[in-house]
Design a protein around this ligand. Structure first.
Ligand code: GDP
Length: 423
């Protein structure tokens, strides 16, 4: 494993949290490389569900170093609260969390303008936490980073300039009128003091660890279909969620990564707006949503549900260069008489041979369905591949053949023990 990336192969919520938690047992460092507190990884610990937003999912393993890379955007107060909730649960975190000095900060004005933008036409369906606007400032070269807090005067002046610009752009956002750079800094004071000793050079630390033969796990948030470049633009997240974002988002060279694992559910979900070719009619979706508890970990929003989209999965295999797949939530399909899959797409009566780039091209695509027989037996207690129901095995083996990526393990329940290893 020296350096393994775990990436979502769908629209996020694939169950990466559980998989990273499992793989973290064999790692020394677990690092997040992009996204912000919109991500919500749920991990079960001693029968309790913990929701992690920015803290890497390796945190449940004592002694593992958990790093937040330069590609992440951080709301310091929210992160402090997240860490303190974990400490309240008895986790020993002293010296284990490190935040890159180069992370961009989500500031109160980002939240204010995002909430307003999401009320207007062209809403993306974001979680409204200011993440997209923090990334926008980063790309516009006016963002403020953790290291900028070391110079309060400079920070205040830069925040004032940003506020003046936003007031012109969003004259209707009332809270901007009275906000000042000094007030932004004051609001951050306590969490900035808390974060100061955690600030570090993630790039140097990971490079050093790899040189010393230690093992590093890079954890993605969201999924490939929400990647800023390769996802269903513009209904995407504001960062590079695919595997290529991993070395970029922690500051190592791409050749330092030696393995990429894609996580996919045995079916498909999506939150937010945008095309979703394999979406089910609501009557069917409601059944799957209940069986799979498909509600947002961060927002509680009901997720849109659909059958597995093989065209999208093949695309994810290509864009990420997947070495292996891990299929989660197979157990959720246990009671279905039939399992459908979008085996491909057609547009205007013609087969689509490559996954279309962007939302508008995808909207015209209709799935070509393939139907598998359901296995109609519980898989939650299965631990060996050979003990899976034959119909479930045929389904999985068809997926790996079509994607040309081996399935390395299958998850059949939320608990750590609910895993079917191929080995
Ligand atoms: P992430 O953001 O990709 O980590 O996804 P979520 O946090 O939304 O995780 C999916 C949810 O499914 C969590 O509540 C997990 O505990 C749960 N889960 C993960 N794997 C399985 C599985 O194999 N079966 C079932 N039934 N639940 C699972």
């Amino acid at each position: 494993m020296p350096c393994t990336v775990v990436v979502g192969a769908q629209w996020g919520d694939e169950g990466k949290g559980k998989i990273v938690d499992a793989l973290a047992a064999g790692a020394d460092i677990v690092a997040r490389y992009q996204g912000g507190p919109n991500a919500g990884h749920s991990v079960i610990r001693d029968g309790r569900t913990l929701v992690l937003h920015v803290v890497p999912s390796g945190v449940l393993h004592p002694g593992k170093r958990c790093l937040i890379g330069n590609g992440v955007v951080v709301d310091l107060a929210a992160l402090r609260e997240e860490v303190s909730r974990l400490e309240d649960l008895g986790l020993e975190l002293g010296g284990r969390i490190g935040i890159s000095r180069a992370v961009h900060l989500i500031l109160p004005y980002h939240r204010a303008v995002e909430a307003s933008a999401e009320r207007g036409p062209g809403a993306i369906g974001t979680t409204g936490r200011g993440i997209g606007f923090a990334y926008r400032d980063k790309a516009a070269r006016v963002g403020l980073r953790l290291s900028d807090l070391e110079d309060p005067e400079w920070f205040t002046a830069a925040a004032d300039r940003n506020l003046a610009r936003l007031r012109r752009e969003f004259p209707d956002v009332e809270s901007l009128r009275t906000m000042s750079g000094a007030a932004v800094l004051r609001e951050l004071e306590a969490s900035a003091a808390w974060a100061k000793p955690l600030a570090c050079d993630v790039s140097a630390e990971i490079a050093e660890a790899l040189a010393a033969g230690r093992r590093v796990l890079l954890e993605g948030a969201q999924g490939t279909m929400l990647d800023l470049d390769h996802g269903t633009y513009p209904f995407v997240t504001s960062s590079a969620a695919s595997a290529a974002g991993a070395p970029l988002g922690v500051g190592i060279g791409p050749r330092a990564v030696d393995r990429v694992i894609g996580v996919t559910k045995a079916y498909c979900t999506r939150v937010g707006n945008g095309p979703f070719p394999s979406e089910m009619p609501e009557t069917e979706a409601a059944r799957l949503r209940e069986a799979g508890e498909e509600y947002g970990a961060t927002t509680g929003r009901p997720r849109r549900c659909g059958w597995l989209d093989l065209e999208a999965l093949r695309f994810a295999a290509r864009v990420n260069g997947l070495d292996a797949l891990i299929v989660t939530k197979l157990d959720v399909l246990d009671d279905f008489d039939e399992i459908k899959v979008a085996a491909g797409y057609e547009r205007d009566g013609r087969a689509v041979t490559e996954f279309p780039s962007g939302a508008r091209a995808l909207e015209g695509c209709r799935p070509v369905w393939k139907t598998f027989q359901g296995w109609k037996s519980p898989t939650g207690a299965v631990r060996r591949w050979c003990d899976l129901p034959p119909a479930a095995r045929s389904y999985l083996e068809w997926i790996e053949r079509e994607c040309r990526v081996p399935i390395e393990s299958v998850s059949v329940g939320a608990g750590r023990e609910c895993a079917v290893s191929r080995k």
